[in-house]
Design a protein around this ligand. Structure first.
Ligand code: URP
Ligand code: ZN
Ligand code: ZN
Length: 460
């Protein structure tokens, strides 16, 4: 099967040029100014950007959480991702207490296998790691799960103590693996929550008011300090505010391998969204919570200057009906998480490139290349180059769209960006050489996606 993409403007993390691309089977086989060989399919990309498929390294498809389960499963969630120009996700498998690490991974394989529209890998949420389990962690890495999420938040659910974090960092670090840290002081946050509930503060906004930025900054500081003692790198997930970013900045200025991602919700939404009428603020109950608007400019600066390396979504949708509603009388019972996997690329193009905050190259780097390098997928994924998987998005930078639940493919009953007008539309998506989205229509089939056995982090 040969496909030619003609006349496009190819953008990678470092290049910007006009050329044609020949795809043979699932890979890019040739790139040149003009290619005119016989092919089975020609895609005319005149006037369009040709960019690497997005990589979202932070999703939670069908995660059991908060007494319910994330509403997108691997079928609906990856279909939505594909519509939005994302061709690989890295989802978080869970090792529950009492389970082996490998059991946790096997359980997620069962959820995902044969169901995805795009390629997928796993991190592993690790809730127990004694000395006797270190070998298992290395086995997980041999099986392509090379990063592990640990939580300083959610006591009694996912939280692990500092000793476990240290053990994890040493064990992963000695093999080139990575600990992804949910950095928030969940123990103190729980005390603040108790006091809020005693005062009758039950509305969604109190989710944000009981999780101050200093609780996140303390978590980030501690995570980096433990990583330093373990002589290992650390990757902070869903970083939401300037206080936390400053901890990463200071560490990086000292030459410490501390990395971090942020997410669109922290760049475009704010604590004011919790003031939506009635119970609508529940739509934005996620952890860390939305912050004061002033944090947004700092996060953009962090993205531009390289202190933040990746933009993921933390896609973890729950419907308002029957799910978020669980917390109508008590914000602590609102399942934490929000949708986003479908809208990331266009949102970042509009808010980043159109609004002159980052370059086109940096846009590609933040939404694809950096995640590929960080999580052992580069150069198979994350770029357009001879030999790389033909995961390619034809992006119409001039067309506009209005984000809405009515046009979205995510299996959830609201969109956090409802009514937002943005420039930039995903027109065509190829996953390993196969057109899976064409002019907004899905052309693939369930189960097209393959498991990504990942390597380790490429130096950033
Ligand atoms: O609110 C969130 N972020 N839900 C998903 C779980 C997590 O902590 O990433
Ligand atoms: Zn988290
Ligand atoms: Zn998450």
């Amino acid at each position: 099967m040969k496909t030619l993409i003609k006349n496009g403007r190819i953008i990678t993390a470092v290049d910007d040029y006009h050329a044609d691309i020949l795809i043979e089977n699932d890979r890019v086989s040739m790139i040149a100014t003009k290619l005119d060989m016989e092919s089975d399919r020609v895609i005319d990309a005149t006037g369009k950007l040709v960019i690497p498929g997005g990589i979202d390294p932070h999703t939670h498809m069908e995660l059991p959480f908060g007494g319910t389960q994330a509403s997108d499963d691997f079928r609906t969630g990856t279909l939505a991702a594909a519509h939005g120009g994302t061709t690989s996700i890295i989802d978080f498998a869970v090792q529950y207490k009492g389970e082996s690490l490998i059991e946790g991974i096997d359980n997620w394989h069962k959820k995902a296998e044969g169901k995805t529209a795009i390629d997928y890998g796993f991190h592993l949420i690790t809730t127990e790691l004694e000395d006797g389990q270190i070998e298992e962690l290395h086995t997980a890495m041999d099986e392509g799960v090379t990063s592990f999420k640990m939580f300083m938040a959610y006591p009694g659910v996912f939280l692990v103590d500092d000793a476990t974090i240290f053990r994890g960092m040493v064990a992963a670090g000695e093999r080139g693996g990575l600990i992804c840290m949910h950095a928030e002081n969940g123990i103190v946050i729980n005390e603040i929550i108790k006091r809020a509930l005693e005062k009758g503060h039950t509305a969604p906004k109190y989710h944000a008011l009981t999780r101050p930025t200093v609780a996140e900054a303390e978590g980030v500081h501690r995570a980096i300090a433990i990583a330093e003692m373990a002589e290992a790198p650390v990757y902070i997930v869903h970083l939401s505010c300037a206080d936390a970013l400053n901890q990463v900045r200071q560490a990086r200025d000292r030459g410490i391998p501390a990395f971090a991602e942020t997410c669109p919700q922290y760049l475009f939404l704010s604590i004011n969204d919790y003031d939506a009428p009635g119970f609508e603020g529940a739509k934005y109950v996620m952890t860390p919570p939305l912050r004061e608007k002033s944090n947004q400019a700092e996060l953009w600066k962090g993205l531009k200057m390289g202190d933040l390396q990746v933009i993921s979504t933390d896609h973890c949708p729950f419907c308002m009906k029957e799910q978020k509603e669980l917390g109508r009388d008590d914000f602590t019972k609102i399942p934490n998480g929000a949708p986003g996997v479908e809208n990331r690329l266009s949102l970042i193009y509009n808010g980043g490139v159109v609004e002159n905050r980052i370059s086109l190259n940096r846009f590609v780097e933040l939404t694809s290349t950096a995640a590929a390098k960080m999580f052992g997928l580069f150069p198979k994924k994350g770029t357009i180059a001879v030999g790389s998987d033909a995961d390619i998005v034809i992006f119409d930078a001039n067309r506009e769209q209005t984000l809405s639940v009515t046009t979205s493919h995510m299996n959830v009953d609201y969109n956090t960006y409802e009514g937002k007008k943005i420039k930039g539309v995903v027109e065509c998506v190829l996953s390993r050489g196969k057109v899976i989205i064409d002019k907004g229509e899905y052309k693939g089939k369930t189960g097209d996606g393959q498991f990504l056995k990942r390597g380790t982090c490429v130096a950033m």
